[in-house]
Design a protein around this ligand. Sequence first.
Ligand SMILES: [Zn+2]
Length: 206
Amino acid sequence: MPDQKRVVIPAQSGRSIRVSSGDLVRIIDIKGQQVADLWAFTPDMKDWLSTSNTRDIGERLFPKTGEHFYGTTGNKLLTLVEDASPGPHDMLYPACNHALYVRAGFDEHPSCQDNLHKALASEGLALPFTPDPVDLFQNSLPQPDGSIDVFASINPPGGYVALRAECDLLLVVTACSVDHYPTNGGVCNEIAVEVTPAAWSAKQTR
Ligand SMILES: [Zn+2]
């Protein structure tokens, strides 16, 4: 049996997941239309996935299959191995955060930013800032006139992306907390993360 690890992230929460170089990571939208925010940090926390570096080096708004996500130093951190979703995905927006919900009229509301920091705290870590995340399954492509807006995700139930870790990483994944239409279709659901160790991934490809 493969030594596969599966973590289900409940709606409006986040989890930290440590992976090793070569591991295959599937991030699965079980019920559909649910955005998952992704962060990746090197174990020493000196580098992390940079959406701006990834756009710059890849010369695209989002990597194509086979392309990479880069850190602030320009090192490859992750490769997009498979996109079993219709997309689109976002790398322009910040994580949803307390101030965003206050502007929307909610005083107390979970957020991906808070859930990132809670997940890091569970690892005994604290960051004094919030890197921008990769917003998987988020439907917010720029419009031809340069405007941006978030529309309802079109990801179907079971839509997923598969990523290969290019080095040891601490990942944090959140099931986005926006429970008002349209981002997540008006309802928040869970996200599953499956990690297949590198040795088993290699066997699978024989
Ligand atoms: Zn969010």
